[in-house]
Design a protein around this ligand. Sequence first.
Ligand code: ASP
Ligand code: MG
Length: 264
Amino acid sequence: MAIFTASFMQVFKFGGASVKDANAVKNVAEVLKKFATGETIVVISAMGKTTNGLEELVNAYFNKTGGTESVLRKIKEYHFTIIKELFPVKNHSIYNDVENTFVEINWMIEEEPVSNYNQVYDQIVSVGELLSTKIISAYLNETGIKNKWMDARGIIQTDNTYREGKVDYELSEELVKTQLLPAIKQNKIVVTQGFIGGTSENFTTTLGREGSDYTAALLAYFTNAESVTIWKDVPGVLNADPKWFKNTKKIDELTYHEAIEFTY
Ligand code: ASP
Ligand code: MG
């Protein structure tokens, strides 16, 4: 006799605006408490305007226009302001974790650029998502929402078209089955990065600006999820970005394939 378990998969995506400060992160916890009823993959973007800040850093570094320190300091201060508000206990390991992540960027920009602009860009800009997910995953665990942090670079595999990595569907789907699904069976909630992927040579790639929705759609497709929810401050999925286009239309239903097309 077959035994059916009533588990279902959902994918939640939170964009930069939805994690832009400590209150926004607290709201993510509230959303998960209420709505993460099944197994949930949480895909998160970089906090607020971090990606733009990191782009500025890459430009200053690559074009040697100076100012790398001040740009990096701003990004660092911004993240630590959020951390201090979320983690009043100053010896929480997140302080070290994030500090170390910034040390790694420092190491990168102390050396002369060793490769082309796009490759350098991806190694640096991807840090925004690594930071946001580390902070949010730790905060959720701290507040009783048990979850596992996963490195999307070990799941979403791409070629080495830096800044526009082409996803290897077969390999990524395989990695979802062997890495992500077992983790979610154990932890129920997995927190991972949108927008970033990895190559077979372990370099980091990005999927194009605003690529986090694409990651969410891919993971929903690979896991045959019941739903993908893009949490944000507009009424639903629109046919265009209302910040740029007038008369946008709300789309009430679409398939995962259409979602992948749209978000891409
Ligand atoms: N953080 C990236 C960006 O700002 C990806 C995303 O948010 O979707 O483009
Ligand atoms: Mg975004």
